[in-house]
Design a protein around this ligand. Structure first.
Ligand code: FAD
Length: 449
């Protein structure tokens, strides 16, 4: 480390977001970047712990002490090499990862000021692309062919690893472009899609074949491959089957998010197809990250107001919350950039009915509830705690998670990866799972040689 005691004198500094009045008018990334000097100073805060919990907390086994050390000394090339040794695409996690490594950082114990690993990661990777440290490899082919179904982060990592190990890899995706939820779920204000295109270009140059716009029947996989990775995600959103669900104006979150990302990519939708919040009072049902992405998107589309309701209680504000008798890690109250832009947030609210006129949504009947201990044990009981009330809304977005898909019975040479295998999760977990899938296939096919 440049200065082994830096953490004692230097405070955590985040780059922060662009000002609300500026960012609210466009879909550009909200996050700013520190200058190179401040970035290196931040990297110097890493204590290089003897037992680094950050390694353990990251599903990819990232090594922040090693690459923070290189970053703090200004050796971006080494920093990228170390970072990339465990993380195929740090430019994605550097933007959208909840940074489990930071939650596990020992500096949380001192001042609740962990190292800025996620931002450091993004900065290292941007420099690596800028300085051409991200090289196009030309792996020697081993004569084996692998089919990857699904080009989300899990499928892309599996494809990348197998390709670099010498397999000829073809990636199929039913969408018109690769990226999965990175491209068609996560809004551009969190992840600019040029970042995905840039990585796809490298993979393409290294020999990965992409066949987009092709839906594969996973019960009848295409012939001609030695092994298969199925990384098809969790395409079915959880529905809310209450009266009025059929009204125009009630949508799944992804109806809006995916369409907005397509519009930004140049696709056009007519008035009947458009899922737009322009001029509307929007109710987001679901208090998680997908709901938050809907809020940010609704603002940028020009909504009149936005309210977010969640059926679960409000999480504690943090580990030191006096109301919270339990260790709060990792679920504490999260306020995203989208919440900062303006939103009424409510917890312990159940949805009873969608109300409408002439087939269009006009409001949502809801009721406050309480969670009581179940005398018979098991899950707490939900009991009404207030009178039903109506929230005025002409757009409702269902952001209540995704159902875990039923996996088909498959042959021994098929491996599942990402959300398809685990249920809806995180980009970093999908990437780790894609890496494991590639290792499994490599072991299997090496054994068969
Ligand atoms: P996916 O990304 O879902 O990719 C699956 C791919 O398979 C898709 O491209 C799909 O078209 C394709 N496919 C499916 N079936 C077929 C078929 N039969 N034939 C061909 N192709 C097929 N995680 C984070 O860590 N940070 C975030 O900020 C974050 N934000 C999110 C925001 C939203 C709105 C959503 C919905 C999720 C978010 N997540 C976030 C979760 C994260 O995006 C997912 O966990 C991750 O993308 C899962 O990766 P995957 O590769 O398993 O699946």
């Amino acid at each position: 480390m440049g200065n082994p005691k830096a953490f004692l004198t230097i405070h955590r500094q985040e780059a922060g977001y662009r000002p609300i009045h500026d960012r609210i008018h466009d879909f550009g990334e909200v996050e700013q970047t520190l200058n190179a000097n401040d970035r290196r100073t931040q990297a110097s805060r890493c204590m290089d712990c003897g037992v680094p919990f950050c390694h353990w907390a990251c599903p990819l086994g990232n090594k922040p002490p090693e690459w923070n050390d290189a970053l703090c000394r200004g050796d971006y090339e080494l920093a990228y090499r170390l970072l990339n040794s465990t993380n195929d695409f740090p430019e994605f996690t550097g933007r959208v990862c909840p940074a489990l490594c930071e939650k596990a950082c020992v500096l949380n114990l001192v001042e609740h000021e962990p190292t800025t690993n996620r931002e450091d990661e993004a900065a290292i990777t941007e420099m690596a692309f800028h300085e051409n440290y991200v090289r196009t490899e030309h792996p020697e082919r081993n004569g084996r062919r692998v089919c990857v179904v699904g080009a989300g982060p899990a499928g892309l990592v599996a494809a990348n690893r197998l390709n670099l190990a010498g397999y000829s890899v073809t990636v199929f995706d039913r969408n018109e472009a690769a990226g999965g939820l990175l491209r068609y779920g996560i809004p551009n204000f969190k992840l600019n899609k040029a970042i995905i295109d840039r990585r796809l270009e490298v993979m393409h140059g290294e020999g990965v074949e992409f066949r987009c716009g092709v839906e594969i029947d996973v019960n009848k996989l295409p012939d001609g491959f030695d092994a298969y990775v199925i990384a098809t995600g969790t395409p079915t959103a959880r529905d809310l089957k209450v009266p009025g669900r059929e009204l125009r104006g009630v949508y799944f979150a992804l109806d809006m998010l995916a369409q907005q990302n397509r519009v930004l990519a140049g696709m056009e939708f007519n008035k009947d197809q458009a899922v737009s919040a322009r001029g509307k009072d929007v109710l987001v049902i679901g208090g998680g990250d997908t709901g938050s992405d809907c809020i940010g998107t609704a603002h940028r589309q020009g909504c009149r107001s936005v309210t977010q309701i969640e059926i679960m209680p409000m999480p504690p504000a943090g580990p030191d919350d006096p109301q919270n008798p339990w260790p709060a890690f990792p679920r504490t109250l999260k306020t995203t950039s989208s919440h900062e832009e303006g939103c009424t947030r409510r917890w312990n609210v159940n949805t009873l009915e969608f109300l409408g006129k002439d087939g269009r949504l006009t409001g949502v009947k809801v009721q406050e509830i309480e969670w009581k201990p179940n005398p018979e044990g098991g899950r707490p009981l939900m009991v009404p705690a207030g009178k039903p009330e109506v929230i005025k809304a002409d757009m409702a977005l269902l952001a209540m998670g995704f159902l875990k898909p039923e996996l088909p019975k498959v042959a021994d040479n098929v491996v599942f990866a990402g959300d398809a295998a685990s249920g809806a999760s995180l980009v970093v977990r999908a990437m780790a799972s894609g890496r494991d899938a590639a290792a499994k296939i490599d072991n299997m096919l090496r054994g068969a040689r």
